[in-house]
Ligand binder design. Structure first.
Ligand code: SF4
Length: 338
C-alpha cells in the first residue's frame, strides 16, 4: 500500500471573484499541489467577518470564490473544497485553543498591529483571528501550509499554540503535530496602479472573469516607466509593472522582445500593453469559460461544497472528539470516540 500523501491546508477569503494576483500568487500553486498532497481548501468566511463587510453579499461572494477555484482547476474529486462556516468544528476548536493562547502573542502579530491602529474600536475577532487560523490547520492535522511571507508569523503562532496545547493536554504526546510552512516562489503581484500589491479593496486588479474588453480597458491607462514620454524615449522594463506581467503571461521570446523594444524605443507602451492584453486574454479564456458555465449551475456548486464539508467534517469531528476527551470534557452519549 502506498504511504498516505502529506496533508496541506489552504484558506482563502470570500472576496468574490478571483483576480490575477490571487491566481498567480496562490491558486495556480494549489492546483498543482493537489496532485502530490491531500489538499484541504477552505473558503474562510468566518475570517472575513473580522473586518467590516457587506453582509448582504457574503453568501454570493462565497459561492463566487468557490466557482473561481473550481474554474482554475481545483478538482473536487482530489481536493476537499468547502466553506469554513459549514464545519462548526472550526470555531469549537478555536474556543478550546483560546485557553492556551497568550494575549501578548496575539497583540504582537504584525497584521493585528497594522489593522487595529486604523480602528477606533477594535473587535475581539481581529485579535483572535490567528487562533481561528490555528484551529483551521490543527483541526485537520495538516502537515504543511502553503503560505506567503506575510502569513509566516501566523503559522509560527499556530506552531506555538500546538506546542502549548500538547504540553497541557497531550498526555506526553505531540497530539497536534507542528505544521510546516510550504514556502513557494514569492510572487508578489503588484496592482495595475504599480503602487501596492494587487488587491480587490484597492481597485487595482484584473479579474479572472473580466471580459477581453474589460482587460484592455484596465491595462490601457496603467502607469509604465515615466521616462517613456514619447515613443522615441527608451525605457527601463525592470521598473514597469506591465513588463513584470508579461513575464507571467507571455512566452519567453515575447518577454525578450519587450526588453528589446522598450530599451531600444522600438515601440510605444500601448503596443506593449496590447500584446500583454492578448496573451492575458488567451491565458484566462478557459478559466472564464468554465466559470461562466458554473455560474449557470449554482446548485451544482453548492452540492460540491456540501460534499466537501461532509468530507471535512469526517476529519474535523474526530479531532474534536479527541480534543474534548483530552481536555476532560464529559463526552455526550451521542458523541463517543470511535
Ligand atoms: S514599453 Fe512596455 S515595458 Fe517598456 S515602459 Fe512601456 S509598457 Fe513598460
Amino acid at each position: 500500500m502506498l504511504p498516505p500523501m502529506p496533508r496541506i491546508f489552504s484558506g482563502i477569503q470570500p472576496s468574490g471573484e478571483l483576480h490575477i494576483g490571487n491566481w498567480l500568487g496562490a491558486v495556480q500553486n494549489w492546483v498543482k499541489l493537489q496532485y502530490s498532497y491531500e489538499s484541504i481548501i477552505c473558503v474562510v468566511d468566518l475570517h472575513a467577518i473580522t473586518a467590516k463587510y457587506e453582509h448582504a453579499s457574503l453568501s454570493q461572494r462565497t459561492r463566487e470564490m468557490a466557482i473561481g477555484l473550481l474554474a482554475c482547476g481545483i478538482d473536487p474529486e482530489r481536493a476537499t473544497l468547502f466553506v469554513q462556516s459549514h464545519v462548526p468544528e472550526h470555531t469549537e476548536l478555536q474556543w478550546m485553543l483560546n485557553s492556551v493562547t497568550p494575549i501578548g502573542e496575539l497583540e504582537r502579530m504584525t497584521q493585528f498591529k497594522d489593522k487595529s491602529q486604523r480602528l477606533e474600536s477594535v473587535p475581539v475577532g481581529l485579535l483572535t483571528y490567528p487562533v481561528l487560523m490555528a484551529a483551521d490547520i490543527l483541526l485537520y492535522h495538516a502537515d504543511l501550509v502553503p503560505v506567503g511571507e506575510d502569513q509566516v508569523q501566523h503559522l509560527e503562532l499556530t506552531r506555538e499554540v500546538a506546542r502549548r496545547w500538547n504540553a497541557e493536554f497531550g498526555r506526553g504526546e505531540s497530539y497536534f503535530a507542528e505544521p510546516q510552512a510550504l514556502l513557494t516562489e514569492a510572487k508578489r503581484i503588484m496592482g495595475l496602479d504599480g503602487q501596492a500589491k494587487m488587491s480587490k479593496s484597492l481597485g487595482n486588479t484584473v479579474g479572472l472573469l473580466d471580459t477581453p474588453e474589460e482587460i484592455w480597458q484596465k491595462l490601457r491607462p496603467a502607469p509604465t516607466d515615466p521616462a517613456r514620454v514619447t515613443k522615441k524615449d527608451p525605457g527601463n522594463p525592470e521598473i514597469c509593472n506591465i513588463y513584470h506581467l508579461h513575464r507571467y503571461f507571455s512566452p519567453p521570446e515575447t518577454v525578450a522582445q519587450v526588453v528589446e523594444n522598450c530599451t531600444g524605443a522600438k515601440w510605444g507602451c500601448l503596443d506593449c500593453k496590447r500584446v500583454l492584453a492578448d496573451n492575458m486574454i488567451a491565458a484566462l479564456a478557459p478559466i472564464r469559460a468554465r466559470a461562466l458555465e458554473l455560474r449557470e449551475q449554482p446548485e451544482l456548486v453548492d452540492e460540491i461544497l456540501a460534499a466537501g464539508a461532509a468530507k471535512a467534517r469526517a476529519i474535523a469531528g474526530q479531532t474534536i472528539l479527541e480534543v474534548r476527551d483530552r481536555m476532560g470534557f464529559l463526552q455526550s452519549a451521542g458523541r463517543l470516540i470511535h
